[in-house]
Structure formats: structure tokens, C-alpha cells
Write a protein that binds this ligand. Structure first.
Ligand code: GTR
Length: 418
């Protein structure tokens, strides 16, 4: 009897030891590698790459309304404060969509129910937008898993990299849009090219959907290109709502970098998206602007003058005066699911500032009784955090969207959609 007890204890020690060792290793919160910080600071001394250089700042209160009153109930958030915050982002950051009337048609231009060796159905849909005799087409490509006897959830990627990464024939495969793996997990996956909606260059808003729907002189809060792309994601959502094979209550909008900024804004403007995924969206996306870490408002306004509304230029080198910061953008997704991720070497996109924005959006999730919470400190590298309706990871490596990231997105979707 005593011998058996002794053996059990010894066995328990052997089993427990490696586990606690692993815990001690992984418990370390992520820190930027000093070598990366040094290299980037040397290459671009005009930008902030180390925590010591981050200025002190005060974030605007997401749960105080414009007259200074505290928001204490989910009703007050949903009925008034949410709209105030949304309007602040329209007016100061992304711009407003014009009310110009238009019509739209959906045409299934091809269908292959034996795609991926029979594992999926490939459907290609032209979404045609018409206004006053002129038109524009958004080409939507959609794969749905076969052998499902009920409508399936879908991940919609806002593609900002062009056709080479999103080949519908699957001759060329890319981790950026991992169709085979998403289908294997039982989800649908769709994509449209942002350039179909609005080409990614500054031409004073003559081309793309701006050229089609803008009337008269543009105002300082007229929609920029990110807002146009987000609008395009909503037109894909319009199609999903009509496709009987799709579960319209479970649509995720996903984007990388400029596409990640767009995904966040699409989720803010269109509450039909039940999951919003921002991959390394950085400045003008998930990263807190007031930290001025890596890419700044001034820099993004110079390099990409067409992305935001022209009022956004007021906040170049003037972040503290901006009536919002990006935790408020993230809060606009609440109570729906929100996932933010970063890459360890992508300091230009400020991983810590993105985590802090998420952390500061959590009070809204809590007010809305979603039982969501995340730790105050960042998780270790390559370790996913899921706290109810919010999730986060920081992956090792450079600015990109990889299968590793998608695997965590799907794990999060499994958790929030089950
Ligand atoms: C970077 C830019 C970022 C980001 C990215 C991308 O150069 O500074 O804001 O959007 O490009 O879209 O790849």
C-alpha cells in the first residue's frame, strides 16, 4: 500500500515537473527583441521604436458621452453612445459614405461543385453596382465545403495583395488565403479584391466607387479609400444574406494591414458581421495613435493621402487633440466577436499599442455583458488569448498573414460560434 502511494507521488512529480517548467517559460509576456528595436531605431531615427520614447498620453473615455455623462448600461451604449463614437470616426478618421442612390445585381458567373477534388463548391459572383447609367463590378470568389447539410459560416477576406495570392483555380496556393485548410475545418472562405471597389492610389477620388457615387464637391469628411473598401465588404455581405448555403449570422470579415484597418471599419459600420479580424492593422487600425509608435498619423497621411477623410490630416503630429483613439474603434465591434493579432518583428505596426487598444475596449464588452476579459499584460509569443468575445495573439516573424494566423482565427471562431 505504502509502496503504491510512494510510486504515485514519484510519478506525479515526474509528470508535473515538465509542465511547470513549460509554464514558467511561456508565462513571459511578449517584449520586442532589443536587437530589432536597435536596428529599426538606427534605420529610422525619426520614428519611435522603444517604449522609453513613447510620450505620456491620456486616452479619451469611451464610456463618457459628449456631455461628460457616464455610460452605465448596455442600453445607453446601444441607443446613444455607440452612435456618437461611430459618428466621431466618420467625421474625423474614415469619412462618410454618400447617400447617392444606386442599385445592385448579383450574378453567379461560374459554379463548380467538384472544386478541391470534390471537397468544395466554388462559386464566382459578380456584384454589379449601378448609378445613373454607370457601373462597377466587384468580383466575389467563394468556396463552400461540400457534404454539409446546413448553412455554413464564412470568412470574407478583403484582399489587398492582388490576384497572385488568391488564385481560385488553386494552381497557386498562398498562406494568405488558405482555402484548403479553411474548407477542411468546415468553414466557407470568400475573397474580393479591394481594387475592384477602389484602386489603391491617389487620384483625387476620380476612379472606383468614388467616381461612381460622389456628387458635387467633396467635404472634409467625405469617404476615403478605406471607407470605400469597407463599403465593398458590405456589398459581399448583401450577397451572403441571399445565398442559402451560407449562415448569414456567422460571417467573419478578415483583413491584413490596410485590409485589417478596413476590416475594423467594416465591422464598425456594418453590424451584420459577427466576427471582425484585424491582422497587423497598425496605424489607422488597431494601434493606439497617441503612442506615436512606429507608423504615425502624419506619416500615413503623407504616404497614403487617399486612405482617410481629409479631416484626418488635422491629427498629423496632433494626436492628443483627436477626439477618438483606436480602442474606441475596437469597442464599436462589441458585443460581437473581435480578434486582433500582430507580428513580433512588425514594430512599425505597434503590437503593444494594438493590445492596449483591445484592453481598453474591453470595458464596453463587459458593459454589454459578454463576459469578456483579457490580462493586463501581453501574452507570450505564439500563445493565443481568448477572453469570451475578444481574442489576441502575437506571432513570431515579420509583417504578413500566414496559415499559423489563420489557424488561430479558426480556433477563435470555433470558440465564439459554437
Ligand atoms: C505599410 C503601411 C501600413 C500598412 C501596410 C500594408 O507600408 O505603412 O499602414 O497598411 O503598408 O497595407 O501592407
Amino acid at each position: 500500500m505504502r509502496k503504491k502511494y510512494f510510486l504515485t507521488v514519484v510519478l506525479a512529480i515526474i509528470i508535473l515537473q515538465p509542465a511547470s517548467y513549460i509554464d514558467a517559460q511561456t508565462a513571459e509576456s511578449w517584449q520586442a527583441s532589443p536587437a530589432t528595436v536597435e536596428k529599426l531605431s538606427k534605420n529610422q531615427p525619426q520614428f519611435i521604436y522603444s517604449e522609453e520614447k513613447v510620450p505620456s498620453y491620456i486616452l479619451p473615455e469611451v464610456l463618457l458621452n459628449s456631455s461628460g455623462g457616464k455610460i452605465t448600461s448596455s442600453k445607453e451604449w446601444t441607443d446613444s453612445r455607440r452612435n456618437e463614437v461611430l459618428e466621431l470616426f466618420r467625421e474625423n478618421v474614415y469619412g462618410r459614405v454618400p447617400e447617392t442612390p444606386y442599385t445592385k445585381t448579383f450574378t453567379v458567373v461560374s459554379e463548380d461543385n467538384k472544386a478541391l477534388d470534390g471537397a468544395a463548391t466554388l462559386r464566382q459572383v459578380d456584384i454589379k453596382i449601378n448609378s445613373e447609367g454607370r457601373s462597377l463590378v466587384i468580383h466575389l470568389t467563394l468556396f463552400l465545403p461540400n457534404n454539409k447539410n446546413k448553412p455554413v459560416p464564412v470568412f470574407l477576406l478583403i484582399d489587398n495583395r492582388g490576384p497572385s495570392n488568391i488564385d481560385p483555380t488553386r494552381q497557386v496556393k498562398s498562406e494568405f488565403w488558405p482555402v484548403e485548410e479553411v474548407i477542411a475545418r468546415g468553414y466557407g472562405i470568400a475573397v474580393f479584391c479591394n481594387a475592384d471597389v477602389d484602386p489603391d492610389n491617389y487620384d483625387e477620388f476620380k476612379n472606383g466607387i468614388h467616381g461612381l457615387l460622389d456628387r458635387g464637391t467633396r467635404t472634409p469628411s467625405a469617404w476615403g479609400t478605406i471607407s470605400a473598401w469597407a463599403w465593398g465588404a458590405s456589398r459581399c455581405m448583401d450577397y451572403f444574406e441571399m445565398d442559402k448555403n451560407i449562415d448569414r449570422k456567422k460571417i467573419a470579415v478578415v483583413g491584413h494591414s490596410r485590409g485589417g484597418k478596413t476590416a475594423l471599419w467594416a465591422g464598425a459600420e456594418d453590424q451584420r458581421f459577427s466576427l471582425v479580424i484585424s491582422n497587423e492593422s497598425g496605424c489607422g487600425g488597431a494601434a493606439l495613435a497617441r503612442r506615436r509608435f512606429g507608423e504615425t498619423v502624419a506619416r500615413i497621411n503623407t504616404s497614403f493621402p487617399h486612405w482617410f477623410c481629409s479631416n484626418y490630416k488635422k491629427w498629423s503630429d496632433n494626436e492628443d487633440a483627436m477626439p477618438v483613439d483606436m480602442h474606441m474603434l475596437l469597442a464599436l465591434t462589441a458585443p460581437r466577436a473581435l480578434y486582433v493579432d500582430c507580428a513580433s518583428e512588425d514594430l512599425w505596426g505597434d503590437p503593444r499599442g494594438s493590445y492596449l487598444a483591445l484592453l481598453n475596449a474591453v470595458p464596453v464588452y463587459q458593459l454589454l455583458k459578454t463576459n469578456s476579459t483579457i490580462p493586463e499584460t501581453m501574452p507570450p509569443l505564439n500563445k493565443q488569448v481568448i477572453g469570451g468575445k475578444v481574442g489576441f495573439h502575437i506571432r513570431d516573424g515579420v509583417h504578413n498573414m500566414l496559415l499559423k494566423d489563420w489557424t488561430w482565427f479558426m480556433d477563435f471562431a470555433d470558440s465564439v460560434w459554437k
